[in-house]
Design a binder for this molecule. Structure first.
Ligand code: AMP
Ligand code: GLY
Length: 424
């Protein structure tokens, strides 16, 4: 079966890499892909928002399955566009992707169905939001309603910061229409974890939990990024907490979406906060695989990913058993100088050939391209994700950093403390 994967980051590299292992997989196309994906699949120069071109390409190539990686096209209805052409597609429809695309929708849904999440108020006018904010104390969290490339959330540690964030969103409109509404939310203390699940309606198959590192610098300092590193499993987290989150947050949310007439099919990503008393609560839902969570979760998948996707699309996900390896994985992101603000592109990457020995380390490309001489160059904020595999987190971490050190490019930055929380 030929397959089209949509997207071009580290997440999509990991999806293509996992699909490639399926004996059923034929040609794998990736639109637009990146230089690393191009080594194992056929990259197609179509952007993720060009629905007409993408559906025409899939129809022409008669692909048996389309898999959508990123959030923006999902929120814009890319799955509905493929379904209209009767092309099998794995991902949520527009009305279900709203669980990520609108924070007010997500918060109202959880509130309606009594699913744990931080207390909140929502506003569509600056004056009303400001009046409410003035009754609150820092720390407090200000969120633009819509998608904002991961930048729409400010965890304000002072009231000045909170006022600035509200002004940016609603007056300066730095996120455009995404900031037409705002959520002002109670600050949650604790440790975050991500649980991704394969979902079809009320059928939920959770994947192993992972932890991301959102801030750019060691010790969780500096601005938030798309994610600087991940690891899985979480040996320092009581499995009962993970079970609690699955039973009391993720499954009820899948059920709530069905009850609302918006059945979710795809990967439902729960961003959770484990509060100091050990109770998990919801920070966010995403309607897709996480990046870089996928890079540590899919290498642990023992089952055939293509079979799982097809079961979801064919309505037989309940019959599938999904197996995971006990190995640990750690992903260290190598980013460009300046990221998450502006950064240079086109810088030669050295040492890639010596990296990526499958078995104990895998290098997933996030933002790379080939220059005119055929050399790998940087082409994004997050450039590479180096994944180490091992019997435990310590071993996986050593392998990831060993490989990461061999890869160099001008201005390379990475966190040096990925997964250290799990070592205590
Ligand atoms: P979101 O885009 O909703 O995932 O938010 C981005 C990040 O902001 C989360 O991963 C958390 O680290 C942080 N965050 C969001 N909401 C809260 C909250 N209520 N309390 C504390 N941190 C939060
Ligand atoms: N790593 C967080 C995300 O994919 O949103």
């Amino acid at each position: 079966m030929d397959i089209l994967v949509i997207g071009g980051g580290g997440r999509e590299h990991a999806i293509v890499w996992a699909l490639k292992k399926s004996p059923k997989a034929g040609r794998i196309y990736c639109a637009p892909g990146n230089a690393g994906i191009g080594q194992i699949a056929e990259c197609v120069p179509i952007a993720v928002n060009e629905f007409d071109k993408l559906t025409a390409f899939a129809a022409e190539k008669q692909v048996g399955l389309v898999v959508v990686g990123p959030d923006d096209p999902l929120a814009d209805g890319i799955v509905d566009a493929f379904e209209a052409k009767e092309i099998p597609v794995f991902g949520p429809r527009k009305n279900a992707a709203e669980i990520e695309g609108s924070k007010t929708f997500m918060k109202d849904l959880l509130h309606k169905y009594n699913i744990p999440t931080a207390a909140y108020e929502k506003f569509d006018s600056y004056d009303a939001a400001l009046a409410y904010l003035n009754t609150q104390k820092a720390p407090i969290v200000i969120k633009a309603d819509g998608l904002a490339a991961g930048k729409g959330v400010t965890v304000a540690h002072s009231m000045e910061e909170a006022h600035q964030a509200l002004q940016d969103i609603m007056v300066t409109k730095v996120f455009g229409e995404s900031g037409a509404q705002v959520v002002i939310e109670q600050f949650l203390e604790g440790q975050e974890m991500s649980i991704l699940s394969f979902v079809d309606g009320e059928i939920v198959h959770p994947m192993p939990a992972a932890q991301d590192h959102k801030q750019v610098f060691d010790g969780d300092r500096g601005p938030n990024t798309g994610g600087m590193g991940t690891y899985s499993p979480l040996p320092h987290i009581d499995p009962a907490i993970i079970e609690d989150a699955i039973e009391n947050i993720i499954k009820p949310t899948a059920k709530a979406m069905v009850a609302e007439g918006r059945p979710f099919r795809g990967v439902l990503f729960a961003g959770l906060m484990i509060q100091p008393d050990g109770t998990p609560t919801t920070v966010e839902f995403n309607a897709r695989f996480g990046d870089p969570e996928t890079q540590v979760v899919l290498p642990r998948l023992k089952s055939d990913l293509l079979e799982v996707f097809l079961a979801a699309v064919n309505g037989t996900l309940a019959d599938v058993e999904i197996e995971w390896s006990d190995e640990a994985t750690v992903c260290v992101v190598l980013a460009s100088e300046g990221y998450p603000a502006s950064y240079p592109k086109g810088l030669p990457i050295e040492g890639l050939q010596s990296a990526g020995n499958e078995g104990d380390a895998i290098v997933f490309h996030a933002g790379t391209a080939l220059n005119a001489e055929g050399q790998f160059v940087t082409n994004g904020g997050r450039v590479l994700g180096v994944v180490g595999l091992g019997a435990g987190i310590a071993e996986a971490r050593d392998k990831a950093y060993e490989q990461a050190e061999q890869i160099t490019f001008k201005g390379k930055q990475n966190r040096t403390d990925i997964a250290t929380k799990a070592l205590v």
